[in-house]
Design a protein around this ligand. Structure first.
Ligand code: FUB
Length: 330
């Protein structure tokens, strides 16, 4: 299904009934030009979507999202599957459906929370956290596919990270994986104020070394996202609660990280604030969620996109959240 841009047309129509010599027949004169108000945010309006993770591949933007199904007025996340959306112009989004669910992973029992899909050597690896059936609370799994839209299958048959992984944390959620230009991959994740990092082996489904702490992320809550631009590594993350999105930078994917400030302020109608940052056709985009859809809220969130801009020194300008969103990129 494609979501079309909502367009409101405001025509100011003026009835002139004066009886001057030139216009004495009550002609309707449209005195002002038609004004068009474009509403692209939220980008998906046929279901509630959260925790967006963008991926650019073959001139197409893919967004991997969680799916909020909680009943209006009821508390707690109800999330059973993930959807994939794609677009070639950042405005018309195709829903590829519930491409993966908790049942994809035999070891998981509930809570399809925030994940990310990355490409390496022509294969697509989708890292996701879920409540584990037998070990602690959350574990992080990885599924693999030969295409960005699936089908995805559990790549390991077991969780990659659990509460039993040495130096893991109480809430092993929100994995982000970054594949550097040299092909080396890094997994960051974190929840409830703790962030962890581990290198991944060439096969993308095994840990390569010890899990280490990630200091330097002021106010860290959850939702790390690692990206790189012009040799600078950026680690953005949700900070505080209700959450803003802050970021730190480094000259290495391993850190150390230097705190730089806030990228995104609080969002409408949702205390969580989960981001991804991508570049498509020479423009950077900030993909996030809010509770902005009709009947939306903390447990009924919606994905939005706004443009992101860098300063000349590489720092990031704070995002301007809009309902207009971004226009068609052709
Ligand atoms: O969607 C469930 C959880 O809420 C995510 O894992 C967090 O990042 C927050 O968005």
């Amino acid at each position: 299904m494609y979501k079309n841009t909502a367009i409101l047309t405001i025509s100011s129509i003026l009835f002139l009934s004066s009886c001057d010599k030139n216009n004495n027949d009550n002609t309707i004169i449209n005195e002002f030009p038609t004004q068009t108000v474009v509403i692209n945010n939220p980008i998906i309006d046929h279901l509630f979507t959260a925790d967006p993770a963008g991926l650019v591949h073959n001139e197409t933007v893919y967004i991997y999202t969680g799916h909020d199904e909680q009943v209006y007025g009821t508390n707690g996340f109800l999330m059973k599957d993930w959807h994939i959306f794609s677009s070639k112009n950042m405005v018309d989004w195709k829903d590829h459906g519930a491409a993966m669910s908790v049942s994809t992973f035999s070891w998981a029992k509930a809570d399809a929370w925030a994940g990310q899909c990355v490409e390496k050597a022509g294969r697509f690896y989708w890292y996701v956290p879920m409540a584990h059936k037998t070990i602690g609370w959350f574990g992080i799994g990885v599924a693999v596919s030969d295409t960005p839209t699936g089908p995805f299958v559990d790549a390991k048959g077991a969780a990659l990270i659990t509460d039993k992984t040495p130096n893991s944390i109480e809430l092993n959620i929100d994995p982000t994986v970054f594949v550097d230009d040299d092909g080396k991959a890094y997994l960051y994740w974190g929840g409830w104020g703790y962030c962890r990092m581990v290198k991944l082996k060439e096969n993308m489904i095994e840990l390569d070394g010890d899990v280490v702490d990630v200091p330097g992320l002021s106010g860290f809550t959850e939702a790390p996202w690692l990206h790189k631009k012009k040799g600078i590594y950026y680690l953005s993350y949700a900070s505080g609660f209700p959450e803003k999105i802050s970021y730190a930078t480094s000259s290495s994917p391993l850190g150390p990280w230097t705190y730089k400030g806030v990228v995104n302020d609080l969002v409408k109608n949702s205390p969580t604030n989960h981001q991804s940052i991508i570049e498509f056709k020479n423009q950077a985009y900030f993909i996030y969620h809010n509770g902005g859809l009709y009947s939306g809220g903390e447990f009924r969130r919606s994905v939005c996109i706004d443009s992101l801009f860098y300063n000349l020194d590489g720092t990031i300008k704070q995002v301007k959240q809009t309902t207009k969103g971004v226009g068609k990129v052709l």
